[in-house]
Structures are given as C-alpha cells and as structure tokens.
Design a protein around this ligand. Structure first.
Ligand code: SIN
Length: 537
C-alpha cells in the first residue's frame, strides 16, 4: 500500500496534520485499535489559549501564558518554540471551531477554566470531556474526507528507513511494516512522508491516567529507527487520579479527576483535613503539577496513608454535576457523591514531556519523518508541561509539520528514486503458547517502573531498574523473535524499550529539575540546563 502521507495515530496532532494534508495528496491514518481510543479523547481539562478576540479585563496576555509555560518548564523550554506555539492560540481555536468542536460558552463569550501553574483563567473546555469533543469533531471530519483513509486495528511494527540499506547513505523514511490485527497479516505501507502521532507511554507505569493504548509506540518506533530521542526522564505525574482501593493492582481501573476541579476551588487535604500543599508552595493546590505531586508523595510517605483527599464539599450544591458531569457521574458509580464527601486521590503517570527530538515543525533527525503531539519533543514543555498546553501543541505542530513538508518534500516532486523495500524479516512463526509470560512481564515492568522510577528517584533505584530491565528486554526479545507477532507482544516490546529510555535519561541527569527529582542530587545544577539526548545508532 502506498500513500503520499502516512500518519501513525489518530489524536489531535495526527488529525491536524492529516486533515490538511488531504488537500495535497493521499493520506493514510493508522490507528492500532479504534480511532476513538487516543490520549486526546481522554483529555479532560481543555486548551490553554489567550484569545485576542476575548476582551481581557483581567490582565491576562500571551506574554503571561509564555511566562507560565517557561516557569513550569524549569529552565528547559525553548523560548522561541514557546512563543510560536502559544502565539497560535487563535488559529487553533478557529480551526477546531471549524471542525464543529463545541466549547462551553456563556452567551457569546467562552467560559475559561484555570489549572495548576496558570496565572489566569485561560482554558477553553467542553465541560470535563474536552478531548472527547475534539476527537469526535476531528474524526467526523476525517471520515468525510475523500482523500483520507482511516485504517483502524493497524499496528505499526517498525519504521522502514534507508539506514540499513547498504546502497543508500542518506537516512530517510520509506514507510512502515504494519500488522493488520484482524487477519494477522504483516503489510508494507510505503510513503516518503511519515508522521508519528502515536501519543505517550503512561502504561509503562502501574498507575496511569492514560488509556490502555498509551504504550510508547511512537518513541519506541523512532528509537529503533535511529531517530534522536530527548528528555525521556521527564514523565509527568498527575496529582489527582481517583483512588479506588477496591481495584488496586495492575488491573486498577481508575480515572483522572481534572486539575480544573482545583482551578474551581477544590482543595487537597490530608486525612486530618489539613491543606498540606500550602506548606510547600504558596500557590497550594494550584502549584504546578510536579510540586503538587511531590507534596502528595511526601504526605503519603510521612503519614503512611493510602491517599489524600480533594475537597469540593464547600462548593454550592449542583456545581460539580453541572461543570464536571463526567467526573461527578463516575464517582457516583463508585458510591461517592463528591458534593458531600471529599474525593480520595493519588498521583498517577500522565504525560511524557520528552520524545523524538524535533524542531517546532515536528521535524525529526530522519528525513521525511515527523513527530507531532506527545510523541515529539519540540521544547515547549521543557522539564514539566504546563497543564492544557498539549492539545494546543498537537494542533499547532500538526499544522506546521504539513507546511514544512510541503516546502521540503511536496508530493508533486518525488523525494528520490525509492530503493526496493526489504521484506519484513521475522523469526519463528509459532503461535504464542504462553501468554501468561507476556502478562507477567507486562505487570513486572509496570510495577518496577512505579516502585523504582516514579515521582521521587535515587541513583540506586535507577540502577536497579536498569539491571532488571536488561533481563526483561532479553526475555521480550526472545518472545518477539520466537513467535507470531500480535498486539500484546508488540506493546510489551515498545514498553520495555521506552522504560529503558526513561531510566537511561534519568541516570544521565544528575540534578533535580522539573519532573526529575532525585534524592541524590536535590538541587538544580546549571551544568544540566540542556536536553538529555539518546540515539540508538
Ligand atoms: C486535567 O484535566 O487535569 C488534565 C489536563 C492536562 O493534562 O493538560
């Protein structure tokens, strides 16, 4: 199969690119499961944007949004990138309105929310299911687009580049080997222009706010293809994931309680009812996420408690049901009326701030390969992402990637004579007969990462994690090469690769900064005020 543009992932970033690219050539968008299962669709908060059209009588400005982003990013943001992306808020919102996204309004004016690290209310939202609304509208547009083919249940196994072809010295993208899950067939998809938009890697941790699909596929694909990877140590833990004691363990089904709840006055309290975050940062429950997550971690370790509480019982009756209907209803399913009782919460893995190193246009180090959204590391987030900046980034970088590609590699101009693509090589084709091994490895990996490589780190724990990961990697490699591939094996292979990158980047950063906090180096050290870079070959 051949396409002018091949997009891996169907969230906001992939679709922002794909919907525009379809005006210039044929587009295939691959989703490894249902297209609706993206990280985008699970985003609750919204889109941070200072709209020019809005009459800002509260003093907010683009400059303030830039400053908050840089402050959260703890010295590692690329200021030019921040300015560029933050400056595209208007276009982004116009674009989404054009697809039919409905944001909450009061008459003619958008209702604006607030989240941790933001100095002002500037987050456009659709109640507490903003991502679902964005995904709905963009997927509907994608399904209407004649030049765009959305192929679900297609799992990319590996990217194809010229790197391994002896005859070609230039490293550029040629396409991908793809597993069609329904038939078990592996197919070659050829394209000179490939966009990775496969989201993040929350499932590498035992507890996460992410959907099951977030298995680090994009970063693992880029890594194996030889792309430069940056800053994988910066994994953001969201402070408030509903704590469900009835479902502790790998199968825990919990869910995010949006930071916007704190933006509307929710207060974090310990078991004694104390507002403990105030002792750590004057912004209290609304300090940036790294600070709040660490404050909770410290409180749990100090008191031995299993969770802390998010208290909204002081809000007027009916407020939560109206503003956060999804959260309100889900909590009711667990027997908790949050307007009457505080919500038990714990931190959970939420967002990958590193990824394939790119410029603001999503351009990676492999020609023709772009990485957009969570899978890319443009320099917007630095060492810690500011809440609700990611949907904005996804939309903007998806658009800029297309513009850049049309400058460098327009479909009307063949990039080069395509060298013959080698057959997909695989080992044995035995059916996996010991799925229990895969599931065991999967659980072991996620617990290992949670226990050794989460909110508070040490050199020792990182080294121990690295040693255990080496064994796991060996086992997963044997399993991968010894059996017919299926989605479970592929996801585990990707997770183990990404876990290795998180640990390796963590070991290299011998300081505490943003989301990387280590007891061995408590201070920020200016010698490390730079990206952590890794490349396979
Ligand atoms: C949230 O609603 O708390 C998540 C928003 C985000 O991660 O940007």
């Amino acid at each position: 199969m051949t396409a002018d543009f091949l997009v891996v992932g169907a969230g906001i970033a992939g679709l922002s690119f794909a919907l525009r690219a379809a005006k210039y050539g044929s587009v295939i968008v691959l989703a490894k499961g249902r297209a609706e299962e993206s990280n985008t669709a699970w985003a609750q908060g919204g889109i941070a944007s200072v709209l020019e059209k809005e009459l800002r009588d509260d003093g907010d400005s683009e400059e303030s949004h830039v400053a908050d982003t840089m402050d959260a990013g703890a010295g590692l943001c690329d200021e030019a990138v921040v300015r560029r992306i933050v400056g595209e808020g208007d276009e982004t919102i116009e674009d989404l309105l054009g697809y039919g996204v409905h944001f909450d309004k009061d008459g003619e004016r958008f209702l604006l929310g607030k989240e941790g690290g933001h100095s002002y209310r500037r987050i456009l939202h659709a109640r507490d299911t903003t991502g679902r609304e964005v995904a709905r509208a963009m997927l509907e547009a994608a399904r209407r687009e004649p030049n765009l083919r959305l192929m679900e249940n297609h799992f990319v196994i590996d990217l194809i580049t010229t790197a391994k072809l002896d005859a070609v010295s230039d490293d550029r993208i040629l396409g991908a080997y793809v597993l069609e899950r329904e038939t078990g067939e592996v197919k070659v998809f050829k394209s000179d222009r490939v966009v990775l938009a496969a989201g993040g890697c929350g499932k590498v941790y035992l507890y996460t706010t992410n959907p099951d699909s977030a298995t680090g596929d994009g970063v693992a694909l880029g890594w194996r293809a030889g792309a430069l990877i940056a800053n994988m140590e910066f994994i953001q833990f969201h402070p408030t994931c509903f704590y469900n004691p009835a479902a502790v363990g790998p199968e825990a089904r919990s869910f995010l309680v949006s930071e916007a709840v704190r933006g509307e006055g929710g207060i974090l309290r310990n078991g004694k009812g104390e507002d403990f975050t105030k002792k750590i940062d004057q912004r209290g429950s609304l300090a940036p996420r790294d600070i709040v997550a660490r404050a909770i971690d410290r409180e749990l370790k100090k008191t031995g408690a299993a969770c802390v509480y998010l208290d909204v019982t002081h809000k007027p009756r009916g407020f939560m049901k109206e503003r956060f209907p999804y959260i309100y209803e889900r909590l009711l399913q667990f027997g908790l009326d949050c307007e009457l009782s505080p919500i038990p919460v714990v931190p959970a893995a939420h967002y990958q701030c590193g990824g394939l190193k790119t410029d603001v246009n999503g351009k990676t180090t492999i020609r023709g390969l772009y990485a957009v959204g969570e899978v890319g590391c443009t320099g917007l987030h630095g060492a810690n992402r500011l809440a609700s900046n990611s949907l904005l980034e996804g939309n903007v970088v998806g658009r800029l990637a297309l513009e850049e590609m049309m400058r460098l590699y327009p479909p009307s101009k063949p990039v080069m004579d395509a060298p013959p693509i080698p057959e997909w090589v695989h080992g044995d084709v035995a059916e996996p007969d010991e799925l229990v091994v895969i599931y065991h490895n999967w659980d072991e990996l996620r617990r290992l990462m949670w226990d050794y490589v989460s909110i508070v780190r040490t050199n020792n724990r990182l080294r121990r994690a690295a040693a255990r990961l080496r064994n796991l990697k060996k086992e997963v490699r044997e399993f991968y090469w010894g059996h017919r591939v299926n989605a479970d094996i592929l996801e585990l292979r990707n997770l183990v690769a990404v876990a290795g990158l998180i640990v390796e980047c963590g070991l290299r950063r011998r300081e505490s900064r943003g989301l990387h906090y280590t007891l061995d180096h408590l201070e920020t050290d200016e010698r490390f005020a730079k990206d952590t870079l890794l490349r396979k070959f």
